[in-house]
Ligand binder design. Structure first.
Ligand code: IVH
Length: 698
């Protein structure tokens, strides 16, 4: 290019000073964010407000966007957004990950202790223990090198597990880096290489929310937090893992390469060190001087475990002295120095009064057992979902039957089995409904799905109500104050039937309803008005496209500038988005092919509902260097995902297009670039690599 050499030097210089300052600020922001993250997620004792945290975070994001070369895997911004993988790599554990032997009662626990004394030369009465609640999650191993998290792996078969580092990074309570030398309260030198082990789990609250979303999406619910957690930690797309709020407790630490200033000599000291290093440790723990103290711990938590925000299936009792643990060693399968106490599951009998057929938002009909109230694991239970008619038939639950119920993972009421000896002689097999219990339309099944559906999407009052409930819900359009009972009244009065109707409601409409004063009417109208400016992802989620929940909606909103582009997207374009498979893509096309849905979008637009991706304040501050320019992307880029590259272009004023023409300014080509690359060469369009692209924007 024709610029003067002198000018070049000047630009270079200001760039270096700018860069040095940015680097310093980036470091500072990362340290601050790590600390506040720890205060919030590990200690549950935040020192700044969420908006204050967001401000620091956004500043870091925008600095890193300007200097992508300064991004490191340990940056707080890198917890989310790593590229999805096709499969996980296998990794070998530094030492075997064992399982535990169970004990079921006091006698078995005493027998275990007797063996401890026989197998060691410990003086009778001298062994102390650590009792910890047994977390019903997934065992993981994390490796830190020079204080940085470098690897996270599942237990696998004990010798080799799967590399799930990207997913582990999304767990906010897990430190990405350990306290740096010189930091106040730093627990001595951190070993060059160390391994920590613990349990990743899905908190009960996240679990209930996830299942609610699965149900809204018309997808299978998870049986318990353990399964949900396992499914989440093994997600190939870390963005999905990130959205599901996993958590983790750690219980062991081993120094693989020294030095370490503080070397724990007991399990209790290990827990203290882990905690000082910033790891979250099990709140259900006790240092017990003897087996009686262990039994007290077990009894205490048998009643209190129901109130915890995580699922536990027992307690783990460990010999406290690590030296004695070494002497005792391992059997083929488990350590001799530990035992798992299993709480017996709580099972009750009750009688089925009715089998209700409930109709969901997408028309799925679910059989639900309505039972005589029974007290189970701390609450009164009278409903249990039978999930679908295949399951109902397999369990052969009938009206009038006596059934055994329990709570899966202490949370979800579940019918285990029918007590056949108590079946009344007139109990008849349940039939699949041939028509919708609400609107009477003949039911259908789609493809090989297990679900039975009411196909009357727009006319079925149950579906209307559930659709509107979803529309106003928090993760969709978040219309505060329009709850189920208000919706019910609006539906009954015929004031609304589709989401668009909400935006036509007036003060008078509300004032005509029960228990509605001027103030509440005004609030309702305001809340509806406010929902018009929700981000594109909320709208996409609110539409209730089958298989598209909150998570997929975010992926879609990032990939398209607005709802029109999404509606027009080809299958190819949709499946190019990581995290969007053929089933989801097809479902999106089916949705937008429906004239009724197109009309809804049209109406919403007319009524002033936002249907485009709004640039954020930060985006606005990015210089629009690609104004008026068109890019075509082809092939696989080495680090950027396609949607990310497109977003980087859009935020700088550029456009992206699917095909190369004379009007194309740049073809951004990665590996295995095909015909678009050839076409660009033919037309003489400038072809750039990711590296060149990144240097253009930095
Ligand atoms: S100590 C040699 N402590 O239970 C294994 N394990 O059934 C030592 N678990 O694979 C494990 N909570 O994933 C230990 N507080 C706790 C635990 C715990 C859950 C899991 C762990 C292990 C499994 C064995």
């Amino acid at each position: 290019m024709g610029s003067e050499p002198q000018q070049l030097t000047l630009t270079d210089m200001s760039e270096t000073t700018g860069k040095a300052a940015a680097e310093k600020r980036i470091e500072e922001l990362r340290r601050k964010l790590d600390r506040h993250n720890y205060l919030y997620y590990v200690l549950d004792r935040p020192e700044i407000t969420d908006p204050e945290y967001d401000m620091l975070y956004r500043e870091l994001v925008s600095l890193e966007e300007r200097h992508p070369e300064l991004i490191t895997p340990g940056s707080p911004t890198q917890r989310i957004g790593a590229a999805p993988v096709k499969e996980f790599q296998s990794v070998r554990h530094p030492s075997r990950m064992y399982s535990l032997d169970n004990v079921f009662d006091e006698n078995e626990l005493k027998a275990w202790e007797e063996r401890l004394y026989r197998q060691s030369d410990a003086t009778p009465g001298t062994i102390d223990y650590v009792a910890e609640l047994k977390i019903d999650g997934l065992a993981v191993s994390l490796i830190y090198e020079n204080g940085k998290l470098v690897r996270g792996a599942t237990r696998g078969d004990g010798m080799t597990g799967e590399d799930i580092t990207s997913n582990i990074r999304t767990i906010n309570s897990i430190p990405m880096s350990l306290p740096t030398p010189g930091a106040p309260g730093r627990p001595g030198d951190i070993p060059r290489r160390m391994e920590v082990r613990g349990e990743v789990f899905m908190p009960v609250e996240s679990f209930l929310k996830l299942n609610e979303e699965q149900q809204l999406k018309g997808e299978k619910e998870f049986a318990n937090p353990r399964n949900a957690g396992a499914g989440t930690v093994r997600q190939l797309d870390p963005r999905i893992t990130a959205s599901r709020n996993l958590d983790a407790f750690f219980y062991s630490l081993s120094i693989l390469e020294g030095p370490g200033e503080r070397v724990p000599r007991t399990q209790w000291e290990s827990l203290e060190l882990l905690s000082d290093l910033g790891f979250k440790i099990n709140p259900g723990r006790a240092h017990c001087k003897d087996l009686n103290a262990v039994l007290d711990f077990i009894r205490h938590w048998d009643t209190h475990r129901k109130d915890l925000n995580f699922a536990t299936d027992g307690a783990v009792i460990k010999v406290n002295s690590l030296g004695l643990q070494d002497v005792l060693g391992y059997t083929a399968k488990s350590p001799r120095w530990a035992a798992a106490w299993k709480y017996p599951p709580e099972i009750r009998e009750t009688r089925v009064i009715e089998i209700e057929h409930s109709v969901g938002r997408t028309g799925v009909i679910t059989p639900v057992a309505i039972m005589e109230p029974v007290n189970l694991s701390g609450t009164t239970v009278q409903r249990a979902s039978l999930h679908n008619f295949d399951e109902l038939e397999a369990k052969d639950v009938r009206k009038g039957d006596t059934v055994k119920v329990h709570k899966a993972a202490e949370i979800i009421p579940e019918v285990l089995e029918v007590v056949l000896s108590k079946r009344p002689s007139d109990a008849r097999r349940e039939l699949r409904p041939e028509t919708c219990p609400i609107c009477g339309t003949p039911t259908t099944k789609i493809g090989d799905e297990v679900a039975l559906r009411c196909p009357n999407r727009t006319g079925c009052p149950a579906q209307q109500r559930n659709r509107l409930e979803h529309w106003v819900s928090k993760s969709a359009m978040d219309i505060d104050g329009i709850g189920p009972s208000l919706l019910e009244q609006l539906l009954d009065k015929g004031l609304v039937s589709s989401p668009a109707d909400l935006y036509r409601l007036t003060m008078d409409d509300f004032m005509g309803l029960e228990r509605m004063g001027e103030k509440s009417a005004e609030n309702a109208v305001k809340a509806i008005e406010a929902s018009k400016t929700r981000p594109l992802s909320s709208l996409i989620n609110a539409l209730g496209i089958r298989h598209v929940g909150k998570e997929t909606a975010i992926l879609l909103a990032n990939a398209f500038p607005g709802i029109d582009e999404l509606a027009e997207a080809t299958l190819e374009k949709l499946t190019e988005i990581e995290g969007v498979g053929p089933q989801v893509a097809e479902s999106i096309q089916v949705y937008f092919a429906d004239l009724e849905h197109r009309n809804l979008i049209h109406e919403l637009k007319e009524l002033g509902v936002n249907t485009v991706q709004q640039p954020s304040a930060e985006d606005e501050s990015i210089p629009k260097i690609f104004e008026g320019q068109t890019f075509v992307l082809t092939g696989t880029l080495p680090t950027l995902k396609r949607a990310e590259a497109e977003a980087l272009i859009r935020k700088r004023g550029g456009k992206t297009s699917g095909s190369v023409s004379k009007k194309t300014d740049f073809v951004l080509a990665g590996e295995e670039a095909g015909s678009k690359y050839v076409k660009a060469q033919e037309l003489g369009v400038k072809i750039i690599s990711e590296e060149e692209f990144l240097s253009m924007i930095s």
